[in-house]
Design a protein around this ligand. Structure first.
Ligand SMILES: Nc1nc2c(ncn2[C@@H]2O[C@H](COP(=O)(O)OP(=O)(O)OP(=O)(O)O)[C@@H](O)[C@H]2O)c(=O)[nH]1
Ligand SMILES: [Mg+2]
Length: 238
């Protein structure tokens, strides 16, 4: 089987940002993409699926699993290097008001001021769809970005798509797209559905191009030579 350029060869935890901690703990390096959404929708599982590792990011059936901004550096087979930021979920009432406020401040500052951040992936459970707090997060990401930094691209993802009957999934995603007022990537951390589409969307949004392109395979190389030969033929006539 041909090696996939999107295979993740390296993925490692680099740092965690906690409320009140200095930002020096995680100096900005490569282009970054963050994953936000309500608690327990499957953000951390989705990152594990993207990087093809079951246990890189801690996940749990109990909401409130992720409590800090965790940064992971990833490098794909084709050299593209991107930092993925797993955000704590919101809408989780079991914490104290003070703790929730501290998280909100952490996430807001991170989204508004992180210099290398390029895009925010807003993740929901396909069965629940995008709700008010998701749309509030989108509005915040659009409006609160520090004026001297590049605006954030938004990518909407409906995960746990494996939980919907196949027959109705398409129509359901169409409805979610209406609510999000934009494209929605259907995703499943169980089956891997949507992994390729999401990586491509992330790379596009983050403006990340491969550092070392895959060598062109023989078939494509032949086609390229033909096309080139054709052009040369025309020019060669003069
Ligand atoms: N069927 C199915 N279950 C999933 C999928 N993704 C996640 N889950 C399950 O959903 C639960 C929550 O997953 P997490 O990835 O920890 O969710 P999270 O959004 O990171 O949650 P917080 O860290 O609390 O914000 C776990 O029990 C996962 O196994 C999926 O695509 N399909
Ligand atoms: Mg999590």
């Amino acid at each position: 089987m041909k090696a996939d350029p999107l295979d993740v060869l390296d993925a490692s935890f680099i740092a965690a940002l906690t409320p009140g901690a200095s930002a020096d703990g995680a100096p900005p390096t490569f282009a970054e993409v963050a994953f936000g959404g309500r608690s327990n929708v499957g953000k951390s599982s989705l990152i594990n699926t993207l990087v093809q590792r079951k246990g890189l990011v801690r996940t749990s059936g109990t909401p409130g699993c992720t409590r800090q901004v965790n940064l992971f550096q990833t490098r794909a087979r084709d050299g593209a290097t991107i930092v993925l930021a797993d955000l704590p979920g919101y809408g989780f009432a079991k914490r104290s008001k003070q703790e929730r406020q501290a998280w909100a401040t952490l996430i807001e500052r991170y989204l508004a001021e992180r210099v290398t951040l390029r895009a925010l992936v807003i993740v929901t459970d396909a069965r629940r769809g995008f709700e008010e707090d998701d749309l509030e997060l989108a509005a915040f990401a659009r409006s609160a970005r520090r004026a001297d930094l590049a605006p954030l691209e938004l990518i909407f993802v409906a995960t746990k798509i494996d939980r919907l009957p196949k027959s109705s999934a398409r129509a359901h995603v169409k409805r979610l797209e209406k609510a999000a007022a934009g494209a929605v990537v259907p995703f499943s951390s169980e089956t891997g559905e949507g992994r390729r589409e999401l990586w491509l969307a992330i790379r596009r949004a983050a403006g990340v191009v491969p550092l070392a392109a895959e060598p062109i395979n023989r078939h494509n190389a032949g086609e390229a030579a033909d096309a080139d030969g054709g052009r040369r033929g025309i020019q060669g006539g003069s």
